[in-house]
Design a protein around this ligand. Structure first.
Ligand code: COA
Ligand code: AMP
Length: 636
């Protein structure tokens, strides 16, 4: 194995970040090449490429469409749920995007305006994102598994001029009508978009309101007939490209802002150096465009790098079987697959011997990357065995926009330590701190923090609130970004991420706030108080479990109330919360100062050793929690 260039690369970025990032910036086409990499004086901690100008859509599409890549496939839409496949070349993609951008401009969208996108995994969703980027409008994609209420919160915060939506999404067990959810969200939001452009899918057509809704296909057809095309608007590198909402510790999601220049530079660096992928090759990220991973590695990074990207509308299992990913790898000659550990666990459960792998020619395939949640060593070992390729766990947050840590295949693979996310990427100075903010010795667990400044690509701020940015991330440990992840750095500098330090849980690679679920449960008229914890799940990593104490006067059947609570979380947060377990208990365990002992409850549910907290008010309550869990077959 040739020596990895990782150590010298990371050291170079630490020693002279200006030169390192200005050099990395050469991978991007600029309208005005930046002369400075970083300006400490701007924003909550500084801004990248303060004097650069560029357009993200130009970088992702036009420069390839104007080159010999014109006829190369840019997007492969592989959709087992509809039984369709479609390819779009860079040249055709430019036409589509420029036409949609002209349509958006006609609807009044211009530089800096927000556009919410509520769409499933169809190419039109990508076309929508890129059309916004073309105009300098700020897109905000909302994952289809969220309910109307969550969509409403995002519409209210982002204040979009226009919403792009599809009539429906398709889950293996049902067609999800999006339009009624969109209508309910707009009705619930104080902000009303002036127009909605609706992409009708044959599986479920939506009723359009002539006062606000426009039919996507018809509007596009008219724009094409009129020869309408919008050009790329030159943007400051520091201008926002998108806002992506993610769960915070309250029910109010955080609008993570992504800038334009720093983001593209970081993504462009990552493709050859971390993922080891070359222009022209096919990259398959099996996430959803509603998540950060989808934004970065389905849409922007592969296109920036001149790759072919696979947009997969299906599941790892059941569409039709656990060989679906391997079929995609073979059929599209994929070199790199990026998915979540939960998907691997689902595949492993159905095909433990990996027999379906052997039915496919994976000769083009080189490496598997995992992220979104902790990759358990068993699943990593299984994947290494059945695929006979490097399996790389890498660590991410919506906030960072590209991996914080990973094993840089392109620079030369480092030894894999299963269970660890390997080493920090250039520009990330990662430390583990104790509660007082002091660095702990190697091998000791603490909160993982990143010394400021964050590298290009990471969030410069939260939408509309520098103050919330400071409060959420920069004040706990002055001089650092608090990741809210706990973990360890070992003597070789390898980072292991163990779990969140806040109330966020990770369900099938999806980030969810237990605080948000508690808000839904507490609003039920029969609930006096409640606590939601994430409990261990063999497939999804964690699933939420809600404990509720009913009001004294309530005489209804608790089982009926529990069913109502499950339905309420699904209705108000969405099916993605996977909230299926509500337990009525007589009391909640608390400290003498009234704090609910969630960590101890979790240990009981996970059947892990636990000690009686010294501060507990009434020790017998924990027995009751254990008993009620056991009635559902949970815990020891
Ligand atoms: N629109 C509407 N509903 C959606 C949805 C969408 N885009 N995505 C998921 N849902 C629904 C599902 O239908 C399911 O509903 P149900 O309760 O009626 O069954 C619910 O939300 C939970 O979905 P999911 O978490 O996908 O669970 P699942 O049991 O259907 O599938 C896995 C399990 C492991 C196959 C699946 O979770 C998976 O592929 N995970 C990978 C996640 C991932 O890639 N994350 C990105 C991070 S990198
Ligand atoms: P999201 O913002 O949805 O990408 O979720 C980010 C959170 O997911 C992180 O703060 C971690 O808790 C978790 N996470 C992501 N990737 C990993 C990983 N490779 N190992 C462990 N946890 C991870």
């Amino acid at each position: 194995m040739p020596a990895s260039r990782y150590a010298e690369t990371h050291a170079a970025a630490a020693r002279d970040p200006e030169s390192f990032w200005l050099d990395a910036a050469r991978a991007i086409a600029w309208d005005r090449m930046p002369e400075r990499a970083f300006d400490r004086a701007q924003g909550p901690y500084g801004r990248w490429f303060p004097d650069g100008r560029l357009n993200a859509c130009y970088n992702a599409i036009d420069r390839h469409a104007d080159s010999d890549r014109r006829d190369q496939v840019a997007i492969i839409h592989d959709s087992p749920v509809t039984g369709t496949k479609r390819t779009i070349t860079y040249g055709a993609l430019r036409d589509e995007v420029a036409t949609l951008a002209a349509v958006l401009a006609d609807l009044g969208v211009g530089k800096g305006d927000r556009v919410v996108i509520y769409m499933p995994m169809v190419p039109e969703a990508m076309v929508g994102m890129l059309a916004c980027a073309r105009l300098g409008a700020v897109h905000s994609v909302v994952f289809g598994g969220f309910a109307a209420n969550e969509l409403a919160k995002r519409i209210e915060d982002a204040q979009p001029k226009v919403v792009l939506a599809a009539s429906c999404g398709i889950e293996p067990n049902r067609v999800v009508a999006y339009k009624p959810l969109l209508d309910a969200a707009i009705a619930a939001s104080a902000h009303k978009p002036s127009a909605c452009l609706i992409f009708q899918r044959p599986q479920c057509r939506a009723d359009l309101d002539p006062a606000r809704d426009h039919d996507w296909a018809g509007t596009m057809e008219a724009a094409r007939a009129a020869g309408k095309h919008a050009g790329c608007v030159s943007m400051a590198a520091t201008d926002p490209l998108y806002v992506l909402y993610t769960s915070g510790t309250t029910g109010k999601p955080k609008g993570v802002v992504r800038d334009t220049g720093g983001y593209l530079v970081a993504l462009a660096w990552s493709m050859p150096n971390l993922y080891g992928v070359a222009p022209g090759e096919t990259y398959f990220c099996a996430s959803d465009i509603g998540w950060v991973v989808g934004h970065c590695y389905i849409v922007y990074a592969p296109l920036l790098h001149g790759c072919t990207t696979v947009l997969y509308e299906g599941k790892p299992v059941g569409t039709p079987d656990a060989g679906a990913f391997w079929r995609v790898l073979e059929e599209h000659k994929v070199v790199c697959l990026f998915t979540a550990p939960t998907a691997l666990r689902a595949i492993k459960k159905e095909d433990p011997q990996g027999e379906l792998v052997g039915r496919h020619d994976l000769s083009a395939f080189r490496s598997l990357f995992l992220a979104g949640e902790r990759a358990d060593p068993d699943s990593v070992a299984w994947a290494e065995r059945v695929l006979d390729r490097p399996v790389i766990d890498h660590w991410w947050q919506t906030e960072t926009g590209w991996p914080i840590a990973g094993n840089p295949v392109g620079l030369g693979l480092l030894p894999v330590k299963r269970g660890s996310t390997c080493v920090p990427m250039p520009g990330y100075d990662v430390r583990v701190l104790d509660e007082g903010g002091k660095e702990v010795p190697a091998g000791t667990m603490g909160t993982i923090a990143i010394r400021l400044p964050l590298p290009p690509g990471c969030l410069p701020t939260l939408w509309g609130s520098d103050e919330r940015m400071r409060e959420s991330y920069l004040t706990t440990f002055p001089g650092y970004y608090d990741t809210s992840d706990a973990g360890i750095i070992d003597e070789d500098g390898y980072i292991t991420v163990l779990g969140r330090t806040d109330d966020i849980i990770n369900v099938a690679g999806h980030r969810l706030s237990t605080g948000g679920m508690e808000a839904v449960l507490s609003a039920h008229p029969d609930v006096a108080e409640c606590a939601v914890i994430g409990i261990r799940d063999a497939l999804k990593g964690e699933v939420p479990c809600g404990f509720v104490v009913l009001k004294a006067r309530v005489s209804r059947d608790p089982a009926e109330i529990e069913r109502e609570l499950v339905a309420k979380v699904r209705e108000e947060i969405g099916p993605v919360a996977a909230f299926k377990l509500a337990l009525t208990v007589p009391r909640l365990p608390k400290t003498r100062s009234g704090k609910i002992l969630r960590a101890t409850m979790k240990r009981i549910a996970d059947d892990e050793p636990w000690t009686m907290p010294a501060t507990i008010d009434d020790a017998s309550v924990l027995e009751e929690i254990g008993d009620s869990l056991r009635t559902r077959g949970i815990g020891g």
